[in-house]
Ligand binder design. Sequence first.
Ligand SMILES: Nc1nc2c(ncn2[C@@H]2O[C@H](COP(=O)(O)OP(=O)(O)O)[C@@H](O)[C@H]2O)c(=O)[nH]1
Ligand SMILES: [Mg+2]
Length: 678
Amino acid sequence: MKDIVVADVRNFVLMGHTASGKTTLADAMLYKMGVNDRLGSVDQGTSLGDYTDEEKSRKTTIYAKSFCGLYKSSDGHNMDIVFCDTPGYADFFGQVIQASRIAGAALITVDAHAGIQVGTMKAWKQASALDIPRAIVVTGLDRENSPFDKVMADIKATWGDRCIPVLIPLPDNSAVVDVLAATSVPDSISEGVKAAKGALVEMAAETDDTLIEKYLAGESLTAREIADGLRHAVFDRKLVPVFACMALKNVGVGELLDGIARFFPSPADRPMKDASGKAIDTSPSAPFVGYVWRTVNDPFIGHMSFVYVCGGTLKADTEVLNVNKEQKERIVQFVALNGKKQLPITEAEAGDIVAIAKLKVTGLGDSLCQNGVKATFEPFKFPNPVMWFAIAAKTQGDEDKIGTALHKLAEDDPTIHVERHPDTHETILSGMGDTHLSVAVERMKKRNSVDVVLSTPKIPYTETITGRAEGHYKHKKQSGGRGQYGEVYLKVEPLLEGDEEWFDNALVGGAIPHNFVPAVQKGVVEGMTKGALAGCPVVKVKSTVYDGSYHDVDSSEIAFKIAGSRAFREAISKAKPVLLEPIMSVKITIPEHFMGDVNGDMSHRRGRIVGMESADGLQVITADIPQAELFTYCAELRSMTGGRGSFEMSFSRYDVVPSNVAQKIIAAAAKVKEEDQD
Ligand SMILES: Nc1nc2c(ncn2[C@@H]2O[C@H](COP(=O)(O)OP(=O)(O)O)[C@@H](O)[C@H]2O)c(=O)[nH]1
Ligand SMILES: [Mg+2]
């Protein structure tokens, strides 16, 4: 038992632009709380957070991780601090979506040197979308030309006057000053401290009618009143406290933890809500409700479910109900996590995160409950993939192994998708960017010892006809013994929208006996698998068989199938065939001043703009772009916009490929066919 009441638990998520010091800050907090006896470092590969091989070699966070520790605040309170570190890079935003879901508050890092960046905006947006109370930590103050005032101005310009500093650094960054407690401060910052304190007190007063009366009457508020008021203001998203912290030098970390204890809500203040909107009872005596916010498949630890305790008490050696799967799971033991460090514990309460090994049916997003409670949670919403590759085994015979590895990968990372394309027969791996996919491949290689090759996927072109035509074929073979005979006349025309009759029998007078008509139809089906232009599947064609002939002895199913298929092929090649390609509906979000570049690039991609609107100072372009032009768009849009542009897309429809483009595709298909015949 940790003897800490739920009201003294703080649970938050660290979010922000990549390389803005999140993991460094996590290590500093863990060191301060005594979780680690030395200060972990991202740069030296000793971070408790960035511990996987993939992360160490890139010196950046890829996976969301949870941490916890006890902290005795400066007013002598024992606090239980639980938090998640997240990656800042756009490719791994899925992890942020998962970790922010269980957060009681968000701590957003802003690098004083770089200011507010794309990733900072994205983090803020995510916190807003989930309506999470938030605070800002200013990092990197020791870097050249990075005064606190400057970044503070940037913060206020972006998110307004609700952002008020509560920890201000001394000019030499040797310590931070608590705005509310400071008595004597150097002249150079005294103005700033005074202004911040005034704004905070006013903010505190505004949270309560009696306090505002007191304030307006010129009476001073007590420290307790101010503290309570400010906590309410943060909770109501009216105040965003800003902390200065020099994590690398271990300066201001205790003050930051004090601030977290003072300003952030406890799980009891902001309980998780189930899918019906009902708050989960957070008290330790309530029935246990846990939420699986992340799962991991690791060859060393096996399958682990990361469970956020929404309420009640989880005890070791107990049975829970997986509500989503309607199956019971036995929980023998579990651990508290600090990155790679695992600490066996026997009880967990609201706000805690535990890792449970070897659950049988439990997956991401499931809830585990006890005592008849059947809470489930709104499913996660992840963005659609923006980058694809065809993936194949490097070594023949490894296909099954790859299948299993890919399946495990996609199970733990819902932003990874694996699909076998029915027409191109390729296995398509898709995700949020090239780094995302290359990490996935690296992970498979390391953990499942399978090597793969990635290539640009084949486009699933199809063919159709734009005119009507007739086709004829007589299949006749006489080579001793029984011969083969079947003759088919058929016509083709475009199949109209909504018409499901794609094969019609208009035979009269028994030109082809009834029992052979299904064989003709089979022939047409076979003909439709390979179009006349580039050998792609044929769609939206209506075939009508209207004449033919047969032979009493030599006619057979196979003969009519062959005749049907050849007659079909002749017909479609005369019916003005065209190639069709998949068109994606794309939504591109960019800062206004990139409009020219992005639009210019769009015309090179055969894109067509269908809408434009501005939102939050950003321009949102909706366009239809052929899929063939989008495989590398993710990387190119990022480089065109310095990482500030993003896009999402979904399949829209098939459209006719313009003839100049079609000619190239047809020529390439003919070449492949020729090579196959050699
Ligand atoms: N100068 C300076 N460097 C920092 C500070 N915080 C982090 N760094 C460095 O910035 C880089 C990225 O830090 P990291 O914690 O991995 O950032 P994250 O991507 O937000 O987790 C590392 O090289 C850190 O050592 C800071 O306050 N000052
Ligand atoms: Mg990091």
